[in-house]
Design a protein around this ligand. Structure first.
Ligand code: PSV
Ligand code: MN
Length: 385
């Protein structure tokens, strides 16, 4: 029998630096009190999430939003406040040059510039000790005929292979797909199949990342997870939840049952085994809720879904499945989902010397009052800054 608590204690969820900054929609970005003004303050806030949950020890950076002069110093600061640097997220979507694409742009000059940025991100991995580069391309076209879909795939493959060759020992990249937005007609990496095919061609250091908000409504994401894990190509998740499009809301808020189904496939496929290298990252924005509690809640939501997935009685499930007992198998599955795991998780935290209720403990800590008073002046960091 699996030691559920041991697995949960070893779980590791990565929070994104951009979740701590201001964010919003194209209509309005609402400024919140105490928001970090630089990457150093973002890491300090992320350390709070880890301090209260005990399972969020790394932070993903986004370049250039987290550009600093000395990345080794940033990594040192991270260690000092109690976290580590996680994935390096590249950004080839916020420069005027990228209007018609980045690595798939029709002009060689723009493709070179975009690829150089990706290579710079690998330099930053070297300096921070990060092992993961996350690649997301906003590339695509808005109108039929606008550019050659097939040629764009060739340009993409060329850039990916150059970056792949630059990866060092212990480094990998994760290729992220997204159905649409900002391109509305044809995105160059629209789905897991496209990402998977490119990664298979490149080799073991290229894997797919599943951003839960990047699918058409109704997509069976757990199937994708099961398939990729089975093929050794599931590099990780960008967790968030969505009601309509890429809403970037808190994971587990819109559809906790879907999160449970995803985590069940992770458990089933051995994805919680650190040796499999699946990265559990959040990719969210807290537009109207406070940011640090928003991250704490999100980490807890993933933890709850994981606990429920671990509670599935696999033996009973296998027996019901092999007997063709449709309702019995479904009942075993639902029993686990319907279990209240909050007492188990509170106990687990207390055993590790943490407060049983991370939300309440953070609220009581006075950290928010302190940053709200201290962080005046300077420029608040924001999505895209
Ligand atoms: C794109 O929508 C995405 O999911 C990518 O992961 C980006 O790097 C991230 O959002 C940050 O906005
Ligand atoms: Mn993402």
């Amino acid at each position: 029998m699996t030691d559920i608590k041991a697995v949960l204690r070893a779980q590791h969820i990565e929070t994104p630096s951009w979740a701590y900054g201001n964010s919003g929609t194209r209509f309005k970005v609402f400024a919140q009190k105490g928001v970090p003004r630089d990457p150093y303050e973002k890491l300090a806030d992320a350390a709070q999430v880890h301090a209260y949950t005990g399972i969020a020890p790394t932070v993903a950076l986004h370049i250039p939003w987290d550009k600093v002069d000395d990345y080794a110093d940033l990594a040192r600061h991270a260690r000092e406040v109690g976290v580590g640097i996680g994935a390096i997220n590249s950004n080839v979507f916020q420069d005027d040059d990228y209007m018609l694409g980045s690595v798939t742009h029709p002009a060689a000059r723009v493709r070179r510039k975009a690829t150089d940025h990706l290579l710079e991100c690998v330099d930053i991995m070297d300096a921070t000790g990060s092992g993961t580069l996350k690649l997301w391309f906003s590339d695509g076209i808005n109108y039929p005929g606008q550019d050659d879909i097939r040629a764009r795939q060739g340009r993409l493959a060329e850039a990916l292979s150059e970056v792949y060759d630059r990866l060092g020992e212990g480094q990998r990249f994760l290729l992220e797909y997204k159905l649409f937005e900002p391109a509305f007609y044809a995105t160059d990496v629209p789905d897991w199949g496209t990402a998977y095919a490119h990664c298979v061609k490149l080799g073991p250091k290229a894997q797919v990342v599943v951003d839960t908000g990047h699918h058409a409504p109704g997509t069976n994401i757990e199937f994708i997870v099961a398939f990729l894990l089975r093929e050794g190509k599931l590099g990780g998740f960008d967790f968030n939840s969505r009601f309509y499009a890429d809403d970037d809301l808190m994971v587990g808020a819109a559809d906790p049952f879907q999160l449970f189904r995803i985590m069940y496939e992770v458990v089933r496929g051995g994805g919680l085994d650190p040796a499999n290298g699946v990265a559990f990252m959040l990719d969210q924005c807290h537009n109207i809720e406070p940011k640090i509690p928003g991250q704490i809640r999100s980490v807890m939501n993933v933890q709850e879904a994981t606990a429920k997935a671990l509670l599935v009685d696999r033996e009973a499930l296998a027996a019901a499945q092999s007997e063709g007992d449709v309702l019995g198998a479904n009942a075993v599955f639902m029993d686990a989902y319907n279990t209240d795991v909050r007492p188990l998780l509170a106990e687990l935290r207390e055993e590790s010397g943490l407060a049983p209720d991370p939300m309440a403990a953070y609220a009581k800590s006075g950290y928010f009052e302190k940053i709200a008073a201290d962080r005046v002046g300077g420029e608040q960091a924001g999505w895209g800054a």
